[in-house]
Unconditional design. Structure first.
Length: 691
């Protein structure tokens, strides 16, 4: 589209036309028509008909391609017969719009348009809505074939037309932006980020004639993003004022008009055209501008650009006062020196969150500067260790001069520091590289130079914060003391412990691992846990892991079956030799004989034991055994399983397992007991827990 619009402005004569009902002039293949079926009815009381389209649909995704491919195929038939018109059509059709600019004489243009009409007529299509800026061509159209150009009127009051979205006044041959639709959309009086973004989308300006105006709105959007304003929130007062000012200025967009023809103000024929390009940038914007030398105001550029370079004004000498023209001027040299204490770095440190990235970028900048000065340029694709060290040395000097410039000047004059200086107690001195270091009391110590005389760095400094983060990461995110010790091997920060605490507090990795768990509100206790009853009427059953016992010279596994009262938390421990159904039933029978029959028993769901130790998985088979089920039924016990994958439902007996393991582990130690000895120890542990 942009290329077509640029060619449209290239020649003095331009004309446009439109293919009337272009899509409906192309038939669909019989095999493709079934893909365009739709329901149709002329009476809601009757069943709908199933119909399909026979022509290319308007608005269908492949329709523009089908039209373009059909036209190109049709144009190729006339390549030999009308070669000039063939090239013109191939480069001047956009969907169903015919847009062309030519430099031919009127008679030749008339012949070209008639050939275009003939080519489209052979395809069953009609070129209509002809429009041109040339009154001669317009008159020839009227005198030529009246029917084909019936919509072309000789009146001088023809309304402007749209050429690929741009308004074109063919009478004055001007291109401009029609803000009617934009102003109608803006009449909603909405002030939000979402609405402003929609306004930007409503401005169609493919050739950029509204660039200096639209860029204000884009900068406003950028400010909204920077401030974090929500999509539908009210604008801040300052930005609302900018938006209202821009809205009022939008009403005058019709005043911006440019000639369609680039060289419309040139009367004679040109042999060459010079193009002058320049660019500029600021913190928020950058622009490129192209001026034609043959082209008042900022649209055309200064008048002297139309002259040859020999006649351009001397940029080194301007006489502003006409009274001085007759006098002989005396040339004098002036030297102006501006002294300032503010130092600005080429690299904005506030844009970095890592010291490694900061040093690498600084090293690349220094390499670029050095390569611009020396012949033997460094062409490595990576920065070297020396370049990283030079970059770090630069930043050390930079931050020291920024925060301790008064102290550095005082030391250079061999004077004493003021008592108000925060580093006076450190007894600083300047080393051979003019870095501030601590004198210290470790001169005779067998330590490296950096540990004996660390570099002094300010606490409230972005570079120091990045340095603390780097050392903290180097030692594996250790605590405050370890990080501070690592730092003091080469650097000294006044009140450094406070800074280290602050940086560790905001470290994302340390936040993740040092975060305190949320306080979860416990749910209501179940009825069986709080209903008053005799001991062991409602109980929970669980097993410990395997415990080794000795039998002569062999060792065997044994298990502790834990029976816990859900109300009183009393425990009963039974030692069994294996996890078979028979052994578990014997333990259960012994428990019931000793404590009396119970009403309800809770245990883990059988599937949960698949995820724990291998020995405990046998319990699932015990619960499914028919012998066990018959025993439970005979005793009138209601067996309840907790929900699968919800182990905390059995917390009242899981906690007792841990309670008995602690004294059992301390009593047994590494001793290996017999089955009878271990059974006795369990009885003693049972008494300890119950009391």
């Amino acid at each position: 589209m942009l290329e077509l619009l640029l060619r449209f402005r290239k020649n003095p004569v331009a004309f446009t036309a439109d293919v009337k009902s272009a899509f409906l002039q192309i038939e669909l293949d019989l095999h493709d028509r079934d893909f365009t079926r739709f329901f149709w009815t002329d009476n809601l009381n009757n069943n709908p008909y199933v119909l399909n389209f026979t022509r290319v649909l308007f608005g269908h995704r492949p329709s523009p391609y089908l039209l373009a491919a059909t036209l190109k195929h049709h144009f190729r038939k006339y390549k030999e017969q009308y070669p000039h018109t063939f090239d013109l059509l191939n480069s001047s059709i956009y969907v169903d719009d015919f847009i062309c600019g030519r430099n031919d004489v009127p008679d030749a243009l008339l012949r070209t348009t008639l050939e275009c009409l003939q080519i489209f007529s052979d395809a069953g299509m009609l070129l209509s809505k002809w429009r041109t800026n040339s009154k001669q061509i317009d008159l020839l159209w009227q005198q030529g074939v009246e029917t084909e150009f019936s919509e072309t009127s000789a009146t001088d009051l023809r309304p402007p037309i749209k050429v690929l979205g741009l308004a074109w006044d063919s009478e004055k041959d001007l291109i401009y932006f029609d803000p009617k639709d934009l102003l109608k959309f803006m009449s909603r009086k909405t002030e939000s980020k979402r609405f402003i973004l929609s306004v930007v989308g409503h401005i169609f300006d493919p050739i950029g004639i509204l660039g200096p105006f639209v860029i204000k709105l884009k900068c406003l959007l950028q400010d909204l993003w920077t401030l974090g304003v929500d999509w539908d929130s009210e604008l801040p007062p300052k930005l609302r004022h900018k938006w209202q000012l821009w809205s009022r200025e939008a009403e005058g967009l019709t005043e911006i008009k440019i000639p369609r023809f680039y060289l419309g103000d040139v009367d004679q024929e040109l042999s060459s055209v010079d193009m002058h390009c320049f660019s500029d940038a600021s913190v928020s914007l950058w622009n490129n501008t192209i001026l034609l030398a043959q082209n008042e105001l900022w649209w055309h550029g200064p008048p002297w650009l139309k002259l040859t370079p020999d006649h351009w004004p001397n940029r080194h000498r301007y006489i502003l006062d006409s009274e001085l023209c007759s006098e002989e001027l005396e040339y004098r040299s002036s030297v102006h020196v501006a002294v300032t204490q503010q130092r600005e770095s080429l690299v904005d440190i506030n844009r970095f969150s890592s010291l490694k990235k900061l040093l690498k970028v600084t090293a690349w900048v220094f390499r670029f500067v050095n390569n611009a000065r020396i012949v033997n340029k460094s062409m490595n694709f990576y920065v070297t260790e020396d370049e990283i060290q030079n970059a770090e040395y630069f930043w050390l000097k930079y931050v020291q001069y920024e925060f301790y410039s008064a102290e550095i000047l005082t030391l250079k004059r061999n004077e004493q520091l003021l008592c108000s200086s925060e580093i006076k107690s450190l007894v600083p001195y300047l080393d051979e590289d003019n870095l501030l270091r601590i004198t210290g009391r470790l001169l005779e110590a067998d330590l490296c130079f950096g540990e004996k005389h660390p570099v002094i760095l300010p606490r409230h400094c972005k570079f120091t914060e990045l340095l603390v983060i780097r050392e903290h990461e180097r030692i594996g995110h250790c605590g405050v003391s370890a990080t501070l010790t690592q730092l003091r091997k080469n650097y000294w920060i006044p009140k450094g412990r406070q800074l280290v605490k602050t940086m560790i507090r905001i470290c994302l990795i340390c936040k993740k691992y040092n975060a305190k768990p949320a306080d979860q509100l416990s749910g209501q206790l179940p009825r069986d846990r709080i209903t008053q009853s005799f001991p062991f009427q409602i109980e929970g059953i669980d097993f410990t892991g395997a415990i080794l016992v000795k039998d002569n010279q062999e060792t065997h596994k044994s298990y502790v079956s834990l029976f816990t009262c859900a109300v009183t938390r009393a425990v009963n421990l039974e030692l069994i030799s294996d996890m078979s159904t028979k052994c578990f039933l014997l333990a259960l029978r012994g428990f019931l004989a000793r404590r009396g029959n119970c009403k309800v028993i809770y245990s883990d769901n059988a599937r949960t034991f698949k995820a724990v130790e291998k020995e405990l998985a046998y319990f699932a088979n015990i619960l499914k055994d028919s012998e066990f089920q018959n025993f439970v039924t005979d005793k009138g016990i209601h067996w309840k399983f907790i929900v699968e994958r919800v182990p905390w439902w059995g917390g009242f007996y899981e906690r007792l397992v841990k309670i008995i393991k602690d004294p059992l582990r301390k009593i047994l130690g590494k001793a290996l007991l017999t089955f009878e000895e271990l059974s006795t120890i369990l009885s003693e542990v049972e008494v300890i827990v119950n009391h």
